[in-house]
Design a protein around this ligand. Structure first.
Ligand SMILES: *Cc1c(COP(=O)(O)O)cnc(C)c1O
Length: 375
């Protein structure tokens, strides 16, 4: 046995697939920036969380659930599945509830990908699709988005092979805020071989205001091989408790249930999510705050001559240019956390989550001060 640094170096070889995995870079937590820079007040606009906070009804549901914490949670999240069925006009057995939307991506990868199978993803997009494929020794075909980050069915169809198993669409797309219009989605679905599963990630669907936006549910109802991914981490304000779900045909759901751990979603998360789903007031207020916030940030960025992309989501991709990294760090020093877009191969950009009017203003003020000092 070899001793390294006083400890035992494990001699056990991990799977070769692990060599390709890149660690996820999360938005910096508030406490970390407080400690690192010695700050009290920190504004976090880095993880697309809901700055209004969780639904008050969800908090009450968590309270009510506490005395039963010695019991295992419902394996199938039945109460929540029934509520989702009523909410979206599908049957309860057309849902799988997961430990965040992220777990759903892992379950899909685990259930469908053999080594060497291919997934198709737009580029840039959410990194977890690639993570799931790499973990299963799959291959990732990246399809660059077009001018202004527009989706193209044609470009995605061009990379389909016999090994293609899954096509991922993230709409509205993270980090660009662009969406795939319904007609383009239909074109893609009508031309794909029926052995290809289409995952439509609609984590940000509540924020999409374009009339030709599709959340994919109608395609499920029409029998297409589609699964939509949804989360309670964004508009419902429950990122900390980890709950999301997939909606699809009964058959797809049955397959995914085969690879799920029995008690994947804890009892508090199930109760909170069901309550949040019924809290229309909280969802409406959140949507309205976001709508106003987007315009506030658009105007603020325009005034600073910073180019940005109009967003159908609760974040905005802004182009700061060659000093983006420097500005990102100066924002941190001033207690403003945004997301560097470097990880998406966009070193000149940052992604800013839409917060409360006050948070947005704080971010814009800091940006202005930084830009004034650097000229
Ligand atoms: C946030 C997010 C998810 C899911 O997040 P969870 O917190 O795991 O539910 C899924 N897809 C995209 C694109 C996201 O931004």
């Amino acid at each position: 046995m070899t001793r390294v640094g006083g400890g035992l170096e494990p001699q056990i070889t991990p799977r070769t697939a692990l060599g390709r995995l890149k660690p996820y870079t999360a938005g910096k937590p508030i406490w970390e920036v407080q400690q690192e820079y010695g700050l009290d007040r920190v504004i976090k606009l880095a993880s697309n969380e809901n700055s209004l906070g969780p639904s008050p009804k969800a908090l009450q549901a968590i309270q009510n659930q506490l005395p039963d914490l010695h019991r295992y949670p419902d394996e199938r999240s039945s109460v929540l599945s029934e509520a989702l069925g009523r909410h979206l006009g599908l049957a309860a057995n057309q849902f799988i509830v997961t430990n965040g939307g992220d777990e759903l991506i892992m379950l899909i990868s685990r259930a469908y990908l053999e080594p060497g199978d291919e997934i198709v993803v737009p580029d840039p997009t959410f990194s977890e699709y690639e993570f799931g494929a790499f973990l299963m020794s799959g291959t990732v075909m990246k399809v660059p988005l077009r001018e202004s980050y527009a989706f193209s069915a044609e470009d995605m169809l061009a990379v389909i092979t016999e090994r293609t198993k899954i096509v991922y669409l993230c709409t509205p797309n993270n980090p660009t805020g662009t969406y795939m219009p319904e007609s383009e989605m239909r074109k893609l679905l009508d031309s794909l071989p029926s052995r290809v599963l289409v995952v439509i990630d609609t984590a940000y669907r509540h924020y999409a205001t374009a009339p030709d936006y599709s959340d994919g549910i109608d395609f499920i109802k029409s029998g297409y091989p589609v699964i939509t991914l949804n989360t309670f981490s964004k508009i419902y304000g429950l990122a900390g408790i980890r709950v999301g779900y997939g909606a699809a045909s009964e058959g797809i759901i049955r397959t995914l249930l085969q690879v799920k751990e029995p008690f994947n979603v804890n009892a508090l998360a199930q109760a909170a999510a069901a309550a949040a789903l019924g809290d229309k007031e909280h969802v409406d207020a959140s949507r309205q705050m976001n709508e106003q916030g987007r315009h506030q940030i658009y105007e603020g960025l325009s005034r600073l001559s910073i180019p940005y992309f109009e967003s159908m989501s609760n974040f905005i991709l802004a182009e700061l240019g060659e000093h983006a990294d420097n500005i990102y760090h100066q924002l941190l020093e001033r207690g403003i956390i945004v997301r560097s877009a470097k990880g998406w191969g966009l070193p000149r950009h940052i992604r800013i989550s839409v917060g409360t009017a006050e948070e947005n203003q704080g971010m814009l003020d800091a940006l202005r001060q930084i830009l004034v000092h650097s000229t």
